[in-house]
Every structure is written in structure tokens, then in C-alpha cells.
Design a protein around this ligand. Sequence first.
Ligand code: DGJ
Length: 544
Amino acid sequence: MTLPKLCVPLSLLALALVAASPALRAVDAPANPLPHFETKDGRHAFIVDGAPFLMLGGQCNNSSAWPAALPGVWSAVERMGANTLEAPVYWEQFEPDQGHYDTTIVDTLVRQAREHRVRLVLLWFGTWKNGSSHYVPMWVKNNPAICPKIIGKNGMAVDSPSPHSAAGLEADSRAFAALMRHLKVADSAHTVILVQVENESGAWNSIRDYSPAAQALFEKPVPKVLMEALGLAGKAGADWAGAFGPNADEYFHAWSVGRYVGQVAAAGKAEYALPMYTNAALRDPINPGPAGTYESGGPTDNVLSIWKAAAPELDALSPDIYLSDSIKYRKVLDLYSRPDNPLLVPENGGSPAFARMFLAALGKGAVGWAPFGIDRGSDGYVPMVGSKPDEDPLAAVSLNYHLVGPIAREVARLNFEGRLQALAEDPSEHTKTLAFGRWQAGVTFGVPAFGFDREPKGNLDADGRVVVGQLGENEFLVTGHACRVDFRVADPGSKTQREYLRVEEGTYVNGAFRASRIWNGDQTDWGLNFGPAPVILRVKLGTY
Ligand code: DGJ
């Protein structure tokens, strides 16, 4: 009988054809919609080309967005399997003389990104870069009246720009608006999908500006809009010290910096309304220590609501995570994933420990993630921040991106719909249960591929990772690394038991699943075991 042999491939083909049918695609979507964020039921999606997008990113080193350094950047992007490059645009390069804009570098970035078939996130290194103002053009540096430094409590200037300078705000906004105006014309294809406004704004070495002008503002009533946003309308009219007591200095600086950055963003959006975010140099999320021991005034976790009120033009306030401790890392994810804030992690340290946390971020609904410093210096081996010289951080990130890359659109969509769970192995927990309505996915780390009766030991380097998405009531998309996933009926009192109706290995091509083989026998009898090679499974469950 030939029929049974034909049945399987024909049915797979039919399924693939149905999934690829144009009838299932939105017909009224504009041909080239502007990227934007959407929020529903407290969850967020980063919409690119009209559908949820998962940014598998990488950020180049600070001085690498120059044509001479870009070949090294692109080879890192390719090796990682990233779909997005984050690259700076330097104010000093973009506006070398006041009012004269040099678009050559940004044009090169856009052209080369298209050649490499990746998207771009541009980082506007304007008034602030890591709390200082080292990227302002020479004509600004030579005229301190435009961008004055803040004054510390001791009366000494601090290497950090004042957020109270109208001239600085005007100059920065004008330049940023010129950049966005140019992009609107030069990038109608939306290769650039997102823009970071400033970089780790705030101040090191002073909690705020204590100049006479800043002091006068500090003694005025706290703006009404902020009091209302914080639910303090009853205290209206109070000055900063009266309203916030010991936190007043820090909150004042956060509001002032947030207002400035928000207004720069607004000037850019008025030209071209791409989504925008800004990034934070974090404080320790568990033991933060007193103000002054971390960068003050940026969107640290304790002032997110102040920033939301100060800079509503920003779509996201995003943590740069250089804390390799997994408990702290997870705490940061908790603090920055809020109904009013999409989780985007634009910078991570470089060691493999960070790469694993990509899965934890996904599990918290992250719309994007990127390690910092993906290219190594042309003048020798420069390890990524946080990595050891003998580590290969790109390999660790590449493992994630090759695992999730082929299903990135599905993962982003399922996450937006609240039907995705992802996790990174925790060294102290070798077993996890993921709940999906009537089903549970049991995940174990450190079990052999055969046999039920072994106690999971965890992987030696705790590098297990798993992603499970619910495609339908009884249908799942599963991928993982160094783990076993086994489904079961959730109700312990149920008289029915799980049966694997069909487990297909395959990949997605243009939104349609293409099966390459069916798993059965040893590949399903002990659960679904994921080894080192990236594997994507579509699993249909039934009961007996
Ligand atoms: C955080 C900053 O945002 C990056 O630009 C870079 O300076 C890294 N720190 C690493 O030093």
C-alpha cells in the first residue's frame, strides 16, 4: 500500500499551504506602515512592517559607527544572527558647524544595513552620553553658555550637562529634528525602526545641579502635572523639599533631565514619528544604596513614574543591564516591564551569563534585547564588556538568535497575546512547570535523553533555555537548548492522560510552518529532548 506513505507528506504540504495562504493575511494593512508600539491588556508589541517584531539586536562599540570600523561590526552581526544593529549617531559628527548637517555616516549606516538585511536602531549621542556631554560638537564645547556643566554642592563644576539650559535644549532639539527630517526622506523603507534619545542621561558625582539658577527652580512649587501623575494633587503648591523630603534632590534632577530629553524627542517626532526610547544606567535593584552612589537623574527604577510624567514622548524607558547576578537581572526585568512601559533591553554585558538571560527577558515579554560592544577593536582583541578574554560571547548570543530567529515573528505575536513562556535555567532549579490552561509543560534540566526515573541534576554550566508558545488549545510551538520538555494534563484529578498526536520538526518560511520530519518513538517516549543544535517543534496534543 502506498497510500499511508503518501498521507504524511501530503498532509504536511496541505498544512503549509493553508498557513501560507494570502487570504489569512491582513488585506487592509498599508504597504509600508511606520514602526510603532502597541499595548493591549498590559502587554506590548513592537510593530514593524505591520506585525509584532522581536528585536534580536547587538550594539557596536561607541567609536564603531564610522565607515572604517563598520566591516567588523557587520561580521559580528552576521555571526550572531542578529536582525537589528544598534549604532550611534554622534552630534559632533552630524553637526560639525552650527546649522550644517553631515548625513554621510547615517546614510552609510542605512545603506549598509539594507545590504546586510538587518534593521537599525540609531542612538542619538547628543547632550548626554553616560552622564557627561562629550559628544556635543566643538562649537558647543567652545561656547559653554550653550551647554553649561552642572554645579556640585561644593560649588565646583561637575562633568555633566545642565538640564536647565534653554540654549542647550534648543541646539540639541534642532540637530535631532534635522536628523529625523533627513531620515524621513532618506529611509522611507523604515530600515531604521527605533531611535534612542540621548545615552544614559543624568549625572555622576552630583545628585543634581546646585547652580543658583537650578536652586531657584528647586525652591519653586513642583509642577502640577507631576504632582497629579504621582497622585499628590493634594500637596499642590509644595516646593521640591516640601513634597519629597530626602528624595527631593534626586527627584528634581530626574524631572529636569526627563523634561529635557522628552522635549528633544518631541522635536524629532514632530519631523518623523518613529518610536523612541531612552536608556538607563541602573542602580542596584535590590540594594540600591543612597542617591549619589549611582547615576542620578536618569530613568532608574525609583523614578520611572517621574520620567513617565516628564517625557511622555518616549515610548520606553529601558534598562542597560550589566548585572550578571541572575536574581538582580530578573529583578530589573520585573521593574521595567510595566503596563505603561514595554520591556526593551538595549544593552547587556558580554559574558555568556548575560546571553542566557535573553530567555528570561523574553519570558517577561521583552520586545527586544541586545548585547553591548559586539565588534572587537581593530587594534587587537577587545573583549565585550563583562566577558573574560577566553570567552566567546558572540557564540552564546548566536545560540539564542539561531534558536529563536526562525520563529521570531511568531514569538513576538504569541508574547503580545500572552501565549508565550520562556525561561533560562536557574542553577538552583532543575525543574520548572509552565502552565497553559488544561496543559502543563514540564521542563527539566540535566536529564539523559532516555528514561524517566532520573532526578534532574541541572546542566553543569546552567545554560538550559526553553521557549513554549501556545498556537491553539492543544497545539504548541516549542524550542529549547539542553533541556527536556514534556507535556501533561494539568488537572491532577483528571482520568485522561496526554498523548502526542503529532510532533513535527521544522521551521517557519514566510510565516508558514514547514515540517521536515515527524518525531516519534525514542524522540517522544521520554519527552521532547533538546540538545545543542537549534530545533523547532510543532506539537499537537490529545488525550486517551
Ligand atoms: C553603557 C553605555 O550606554 C555604553 O555607551 C557604553 O559606554 C557601555 N556602558 C560600556 O562601557
